[in-house]
Design a protein around this ligand. Sequence first.
Ligand code: ZN
Length: 81
Amino acid sequence: MKYILLLAVVLGTFWLLRSLRKPKLPREPEAKPPAAPASPEDMVSCAHCGVHLPRSESLPGRGGVFCSEAHRSVFENQRSG
Ligand SMILES: [Zn+2]
């Protein structure tokens, strides 16, 4: 019975320490560029013309992300041939 009480105290101490420590933001495995300002959405730049656009509006390609279908095909054609 003594051990149960001891366990409760230990668990309580751990819980207290955890709640005292501010939870840090989980680190994402993908490294983000530090130059990007705090924005609600990730900004990416077109690999062909360099224009910045939200990630949701970008087109992923083989050499990066692109602002439009045209730039993606131009970039990939340049690389392939
Ligand atoms: Zn572009």
